[in-house]
Design a protein around this ligand. Sequence first.
Ligand code: GLC
Length: 378
Amino acid sequence: MVENGQNKLMRASKCIYVFFLTMLLSACNHGIPPQTDLEMDKQRPFTKEDPASISLMKPTTPLPQKPLRDFPYLRGINIGNALEAPEPGSWGVTIREEYFDEINKAGFNSVRLPVRFSAHIGSAPKYKIEADFLKLIDNNIQVALSNNLIIILDVHHFTELMENPEKEKEKFLSIWRQLSEHYQYAPPQLFFDLLNEPEKSLDSKRWNEMVSEVIPIIRMTNPTRKIIVGGVDYSTINSLELLQLPADDNLIAAFHFYSPFEFTHQGADWVQGSDLWQNTTWTGTTAEKEIIQKDLDLALSWSIQNNIPVVMSEFGVIKKADNLSRLRWIQYLTQEASRRDIGWVYWDFCAEFGIYNCESQTWDRELLSALLSNQQLE
Ligand code: GLC
């Protein structure tokens, strides 16, 4: 890869940033046994791409390092309001094969595919996923892969499970048992995302138990597939702290970021009272930027301390918000995520938060460049 000066500068500032954060964290981690050089080499950030960081990191021998796993930096987009609608297409987005080509050509390397599997299963005890529906999902996965995109298959809007976790648990396990068997030979660019935004009665105790049951089921047929797991309370950053994941080198923790909520969700018709938030702007004041930095620092610290990569698998601003504010927020957030080596997946493609117009088949070029400028490119 040929690097330009700006890229080099960004990488250097990222290294310095991670170095100082690591130093800060070390203050709270004196009890951690020293690591061998070999162990450090495995975990050290940036070694693949940026040898300069090695000399910067060297003096910090006994410190926990940011995990370095075989995990690509995600620059992705959620194809929302399509297959997680009660019926495919009923929320106005019908996925066309060309979209994947458009997404790849625009510079993304991944898509997240939210799917409402729970609306397409038969009765107990098998809860068989409808064959036609599964074919539709297969087709989307195949087209994404053939367009060189990582595809994250996400079990979305399983509302019954949130309301009644004990009663619905078997359904959840059965959905993943079937998906695991069905996709066991798919290439590693297919990732699984266990459940979108656990909430309500699916509290952290119940969710951690469910995670510990479902992962071994998936691992029976997919020993090394990447599995993404979000925390409870709509997968906010704070919920990472409550997440208990089994030891497994192919897990990725996820968080969603919509803060300030009054800005990103102004006028959202699914959020009660959000009409009152119309005209909320985001001008990028020091205070506004600090909130984002602190939140992302929390995610990064969690990642370092737990040695688990994190990804921001949803974030976005509704189209009703003022355009300049949208641009600023999106650019600042992705820039700060990138500085911390946190990959991201924008919500959404061409629905309420969209940056693409599915009718005219055109991108909002300004938003696209706000997202993709300053990003790590391999
Ligand atoms: C969550 C919801 C989705 C919503 C988005 C933004 O992912 O599941 O329906 O559009 O957040 O609010």
